[in-house]
Write a protein that binds this ligand. Structure first.
Ligand code: ADP
Ligand code: MG
Length: 215
């Protein structure tokens, strides 16, 4: 059971996210074709491919170097709203993590919280607006709650992934109030939010990378 995660685990997380986004690219595109402009799959796949290359080639020694490289690549390489939002998430996460090679559970939770706060600062999403926030916020809340209850990092990130999936599914009945899907008004109801779907994959990838490192 690992008590800290190092930059190798963070890199494994980024690579897994890249892989699962590539696997689910068509599904993300389908979701975005119902409520948006059908580019979320391509935006995320292209952005994460570039970000994963940066993460690997940099050989980053510290969490902030790695996460900032990922964030900056997403901000600069993705055209859609999701690029700056995920980019800000990783940039803020990196700033909060700092120039360290290991994160313990509370440092990881604080970094993820800072990433979430960055998404809110950038996009002004509120609960129930039918965005990635509706998956990300419950995930970070669940992670913190699990750690407060004495869970390990592996257990807490598993709880976060479960909460992210529940939050994603709860976007279906919502009417979008932010982003492109809000142009549809009431017609946005009845569809899963694409960004909430990719965010659930982000937390699945984190839990999987940490479970892998704990074995
Ligand atoms: P675009 O909407 O520019 O085509 P994408 O399709 O890649 O970009 O991403 C759409 C997703 O971005 C939405 O499903 C939603 O989750 C997220 N999103 C859009 N606007 C915001 C916002 N203001 N705050 C948080 N998330 C947002
Ligand atoms: Mg789109």
């Amino acid at each position: 059971m690992t008590a800290t995660i190092d930059t190798a685990v963070l890199t494994a997380w980024i690579l897994r996210f890249r892989d699962v986004i590539a696997e689910k690219q068509e599904w993300l595109t389908e979701l975005d074709s119902a409520v948006g402009d059908a580019d979320h799959g391509a935006n995320m796949a292209g952005g994460m491919q570039a970000a994963a290359e940066k993460a690997q080639e940099g050989g980053a020694a510290t969490a902030d170097e790695l996460l900032k490289a990922v964030g900056m690549t997403l901000v600069s390489s993705v055209g859609g709203a999701s690029g700056p939002l995920y980019g800000t998430f990783f940039l803020r996460m990196g700033m909060a993590a700092g120039a360290v090679s290991q994160l313990d559970a509370s440092a990881l939770a604080a970094a993820l919280r800072a990433g979430l706060d960055g998404v809110v600062a950038r996009g002004k999403a509120e609960p129930g607006d039918k965005t990635m926030f509706d998956s990300m916020a419950p995930a970070v809340d669940a992670l913190e709650a699990a750690l407060a209850d004495g869970a390990s990092i592996a257990e807490a990130t598993e709880a976060a992934a479960t909460a992210a999936g529940t939050g994603r599914d709860a976007t279906v009945p919502l009417v979008a109030r932010k982003g492109r899907s809000s142009y549809l008004g009431e017609r946005s109801a009845g569809h899963l939010d694409p960004g909430a779907a990719s965010t659930a994959l982000l937390f699945d990838a984190l839990a999987a990378a940490i479970a892998d490192a704990s074995r």
